[in-house]
Design a binder for this molecule. Structure first.
Ligand code: ZN
Length: 251
């Protein structure tokens, strides 16, 4: 099976459209989405619809939780808060119903999906330290944990019995083609595919990952998209201009 792993789409339909086109070219069989489909961008409903049409497996992100009133908007910075309040107004009852059905974690063998970290997905901690990766990999009960939230791609290989980190890959060249061992007893892997709709690693192109479970190979991809069109929609919607500006910088 070839899986596409998408995270942090953030209402950016232009980026999502480019990514889905690339996925079709790569003959992806199934779509996995790690949350934050909405928030920041100007087309939240359209992004939710596209994922529903693909029958994607989806977990909830902090922006979904905030739109549902499960997370206090005061938890967010000013631009994010403004975007959440704007997004709430845009979503239909059907959209909100969809958001309510997304769990915080889910298992789809050999994957565990979560927006941020395990074992406390509801905290939406940013995984920035290796110790957090170890906690997540220790709590993970499948071969691979898929997590987003930081908007930066990474891959961690963990020796489960020895509780030892064997590999950490963050450089784009290193992430392009990664072989892993399908050894669910001895190995655990963490994959963050980066962000579709708001990359924050200095590269404005949309990011996602493809995992080929038959070949035990994965890769992080970047595809160009119409950034100017996404920026225009954000400005026309009256969202904070900073949210448009940052797309061009990939920050
Ligand atoms: Zn996000």
């Amino acid at each position: 099976m070839r899986y596409a792993v998408l995270s942090d789409i953030h209402g950016n339909l232009e980026a999502l459209t480019a990514v889905l086109e690339a996925c079709r070219a790569e003959r992806v069989d199934r779509y996995l989405c790690l949350g934050d489909i909405v928030g920041y961008g100007a087309q939240p409903s359209a992004c939710l619809e596209r994922l529903a049409a693909l029958e994607a497996v989806v977990v909830s992100g902090n922006h979904e939780q905030a739109c549902l009133g499960m997370l206090d908007p005061g938890w967010f910075n000013e631009a994010a808060r403004a975007a959440i309040l704007w997004t709430r107004e845009q979503l239909s009852f059907g959209d909100l119903d969809r958001l309510r059905r997304y769990p915080l974690t889910c298992m789809e063998e050999p994957f565990t999906l979560v927006h941020a970290t395990l074992p406390r997905p509801e905290r939406f901690d940013y995984l920035v330290e290796l110790g957090q990766a170890v906690d997540t990999l220790t709590a993970c009960r499948t071969l691979m944990c898929l997590a987003g939230h930081t908007h930066q791609a990474c891959f961690v290989e963990f020796d489960r019995p020895a509780r030892r980190v064997l590999r950490v890959l963050t450089a784009p060249e290193a992430l392009r083609e990664v072989a892993y061992e399908d050894e669910p007893v001895t190995r655990r892997y963490l994959l963050n595919p980066g962000s579709v709709g708001q990359p924050r690693d200095g590269d404005p192109r949309a990011g996602f990952a493809v995992v080929d479970t038959a070949q035990a190979r994965l890769g992080v991809r970047r595809v160009p998209y119409d950034v100017a069109a996404a920026q225009r929609r954000i400005r026309e919607a009256g969202l904070p201009p900073f949210l448009a500006d940052r797309l061009a910088a990939g920050r």
